[in-house]
Design a protein. Structure first.
Length: 113
């Protein structure tokens, strides 16, 4: 759904769901709390593919979603927006790790010139 209304959902429960031959759990059973623009909320349960969710499958994560303007019961994960958020998060983590490492090196140089 590309033209739906943007909303965000908070993951309030997440559990592994389903098994495959190699014992990898391919899905997550989620309970999501969604707040709409008028401040009303709805809690929904759904199963989503782990590959789609990325790091956003843990409790407390914010999951971008969309719904049809005239039918809030039709909710879908906003996968393009999710991908952007995942890339941004990864980039921020990498930048933070580099800054931390450079700070440590600078401190070591000051201690042992």
């Amino acid at each position: 759904m590309r033209d739906g209304v943007k909303v965000d959902a908070v993951v309030v429960r997440s559990a592994p769901w389903g098994w495959v031959v190699n014992h990898r759990i391919p899905n997550a059973e989620l309970t999501l709390r969604i707040r709409f623009d008028d401040d009303s909320t709805v809690t929904v349960a759904r199963v989503e593919r782990d590959a789609v969710l990325g790091s956003r499958r843990v409790v407390g994560s914010v999951l971008p979603m969309r719904h049809e303007a005239d039918n809030r019961s039709y909710l879908e994960i906003d996968v393009p927006r999710l991908r952007v958020l995942e890339r941004r998060s990864a980039s921020n983590l990498e930048d933070s790790a580099v800054r931390t490492a450079e700070r440590k090196l600078a401190q070591q140089r000051r201690k042992h010139p």
